[in-house]
Design a protein around this ligand. Structure first.
Ligand code: ADP
Ligand code: MG
Length: 238
């Protein structure tokens, strides 16, 4: 589970077409990175997939089922927000439990899922702490834990590491890649950081002004960039 297809998905804000008709297939279990300069439409595209924005035209299918008109909660996807979206007054356990509690899930099932997520993220010893008592990396893991317990068909990340310092960012990149291997679930990861794209992705989608310039593995993009934009973008890390 976790195959997502976009068929001529289009987004306009007023008269401005931010995403021209766009086709894309994301396969089950793939780690897909949307990369491109600031303002090119990465977040908008992710939010369209999540259902946080309505498409202007086109169709989204998730595991073969039409999802274009489904509200976010019915899509079976989980958006991972930056760690500052945690509730400071709640323990780690309660932060992770929050979406399940809202959904009215039985307590024993909540507990099972929290234990699984804590194990996958090495948070077992931190469940009774509050976010303020954790490091930046641990807080980011709690934010991911809150997504894992929903057992989504896909995880959606929007620049999740952008407010961590450089050293921590490298560590978290590896942790997210490791988690992808453990969970074997589709992940879509948005970043403007070429290094992140090249080191994490199975498949990179290079965006420019809402258009897909090229889709391919890091090696394909590196060896055979389709145009000077892709070559310059992939070839010149900041
Ligand atoms: P990125 O995430 O790649 O930096 P965004 O998807 O946030 O880019 O934005 C793409 C374009 O859409 C930008 O020009 C931005 O100003 C515009 N945009 C994004 N959200 C809105 C909105 N809610 N209303 C109007 N314009 C928007
Ligand atoms: Mg963005």
């Amino acid at each position: 589970m976790g195959r997502i297809t976009l068929d001529k998905v289009t987004k306009k804000f007023g008269d401005v077409e931010v995403i021209p008709p766009l086709d894309l297939t994301i396969n089950d279990g793939e780690f897909v990175v949307f990369v491109g300069p600031s303002g090119c439409g990465k977040s908008t595209l992710l939010r369209l997939i999540a259902g946080l924005e309505d498409v202007t035209a086109g169709e989204i299918r998730i595991d073969g089922k039409p999802a274009t008109d489904l509200p976010p909660a019915k899509r079976g996807l989980a958006m991972v927000f930056q760690s500052y979206a945690l509730y400071p007054h709640m323990s780690v356990r309660k932060n992770i439990a929050f979406p399940m509690k809202m959904a009215g899930m039985p307590e024993d099932e909540q507990k099972r899922r929290i234990d699984n997520a804590a194990r996958a993220l090495n948070l077992t010893d931190y469940l009774d702490r509050r976010p303020g008592q954790l490091s930046g990396g641990q807080r980011q893991r709690v934010a991911i834990g809150r997504a894992i317990v929903r057992e989504p068909a896909a995880f959606l990340f929007d620049e999740p590491l952008s407010n961590l310092d450089a050293a921590l960012r490298v560590g978290m990149r590896m942790e997210i890649s490791e988690l992808h291997k453990k969970l074997d679930t589709t992940m879509i990861y948005v970043t403007h950081d070429q290094v992140e794209a090249m080191t994490m992705a199975d498949k990179i989608v290079v965006l420019r002004a809402g258009n897909i310039e090229q889709v391919g593995s890091p090696l394909e993009l590196y060896r055979s960039p389709r145009n000077t934009f892709v070559a310059g973008f992939i070839g010149s890390p900041k």
